[in-house]
Design a protein around this ligand. Sequence first.
Ligand code: NI
Length: 405
Amino acid sequence: MTILDQSSVATVNEAAAASLESVIELRRAIHREPELGIDNPITQNRIAAALTDLPLDIRQGEGDITSLVADLNGSDGPTVLLRADTDALPMTEDTESSFASTVPGRSHACGHDSHVAMLVGAARILSARRDELGGTVRFMFQPGEEGYGGARLMIEEGVLDGVDAAYAMHVTPNAPAGIVSSRAGAMLASADTFTIDVIGRGGHASMPHYTTDPIAIAAQLITSIQTMVTREIPVFEPTVVSVTKINAGTTNNVIPERAQLVGTIRCVSPRTRIQVHDALERLVHTITAAHDASAEIRIDRGYPATINDSASVDLVADVARSLLGDDAYVPMPSPVMGAEDFSYVLEKVPGAMSNLGVCPADITDPSTAAGLHSNLMRLNESALSAGVAMHVGTALAALDQLRAG
Ligand code: NI
């Protein structure tokens, strides 16, 4: 099925190609000055300046969050939201690029600089087609994706009011340049953290019978947690529980009073997520009780699983094939156990997240490219025009589909 007609395909691709130079320029400017968390004022100003001559209705976040929402109002009709995240990571960039981060300890290693630039490029192209737009396109520029839940804060601000469908795209250097991928249903996992304190009774390590050794109990807990995952969770519901930090003891001849375990829980469905939380609580309390110790467990809920609507994924696939070629869409074979706060948006409205391959041109095997969150992450800037085209094509096709449906 071709979702965009031939003349639309040609004009969208031409406009996206023509936008590339300015997209790269904006991406590099943002790249040089990365900002963290929900407070990204320099980036917000750059976005506002880049959109200033366009026929957009712009609202900037009030309070702590430097969000920016821009509406492009065509004729009366449905509203489609396109989202770009704007924040960087608290890590040093070690690439030797001419536009590397100028701020020590901060870098755009997750490529959100390119997300902003591509969405600004798309806003310009769609603005030029405003008269033929069968509804509204809302551009969501969202700070605080990297652990701050900026999407949830923007939902509280009302970014989803009146929205009928929502789409987002994430670059990845570990896929060939210009290849789009996604999957129906769970695409990314939920991410929760847990902290378990095992409380025993300390004493001399030569006389453990006078103590309640929390280290031995913690060790049993670690293996029991892995047994729980493999024996209680259906194999068709990918689940990861990793203990990533153990803290106990001070020296060789003292049994300490406490041992602490910290870790992460990744699930791809809300049902499994609850099941794992319940099982962890049960194991912690029963195993420590069995050894006459006690325990405290705290589970901090992070982002929910990112669940794509299947009709929206079909639309993205059709748009990719129409604009970028028959082989440009590759379905993801499995979810990725990372997490993403666009999940909060997809909890409220149907839509889809997709990945855009941006493997650097000098690397033949994308799996060997420095990936997201690497100090050496680089991306292929010429692939960004494909992302601009995808945003534009997705907005046009989604408005058509919503009007038809
Ligand atoms: Ni990211």
